[in-house]
Design a binder for this molecule. Sequence first.
Ligand code: 8YV
Length: 321
Amino acid sequence: MTARPKLLITRRLPDAVTKRVSAHYEVELNADDHVMSADELLTRAQGKDALLVTPVDKITPELVEKLPASIKMIATFSVGFEHINVPALKAKGIKASNTPDVLTDATADIALLLLLGAARRAYEGERAVREGTWKSWSTVYMLGVHATGKRLGIFGMGRIGQAVAKRARAFDMTIHYYNRSRLAPELEQGAIYHKTAEDMLPHCDFLSINAPGGPETQHWLNADRIAKMPDGAIVVNTARGGLVDDTALIAALKSGKLFAAGLDVFENEPNLNPAYRELSNVFLLPHLGSATIDTRNAMGFKALDNLDAFFAGRALIDPIA
Ligand code: 8YV
């Protein structure tokens, strides 16, 4: 029997995934699921053939430089891979994969939940009922923004953006989008393409952010861009916190320029800008985009499918390096 590949798994995996991986690999697990420092990761990577990481593990050029030569493959349990320095991996001949597709629906579902939750003041309403401050029905109590029939702008029309559009169509929303390249008509499905994001913003009663994170999109939604949106618009972010300039968004939520926001992701998670906690017109979730049992199992299995392919000498299914 050939030796089983040795794998360092940096965070706890769903049980079904741990069971499968343990049957085929010699695994080192992170028993208490803490976030490993770069030093710990490097120490525990000694003697391993591959790493299974998540976005909390920062695979920087410095870390890649110090990785033991035995590491040949890194699979990330995520679709986003801005935490992985791909050029550094390529330079060292290390392969890498991510987990696209399987989390598209779950993340788009959360975007709609945030869109509706922000528009209809779900957080304030929930709190009023729970805390007993709801005294009587009234024609003018806790009025929100009507979503059906409004215009939704999507920044980043990849798989998740398209799945958000599909759901928004059920609310008779008109879809506007900005993407690096225009989609084919069968994917566009009548959505209105804008050559620049700036052209799209005045049409956004709602804005859903669905573009990848990283230096190119850092603080994309800033004060200038918010100023281009209609007054009383609503922002939803299920992509990466770094796309939003928190100071600008918080100012717009405070001034009433924006009616509300729904956020599942934050810069420096979980240490979000504390001003968000003080605002009642922001609907906050702790990065739950892909957090369903089915989806997290599927993400784990996809990461393993890629590792299996690599160790069987086949091409990766979802290569990023
Ligand atoms: C995950 C995500 O919750 O896949 C991604 O890029 O942001 C989320 O779906 C998380 O990153 C799991 O590792």
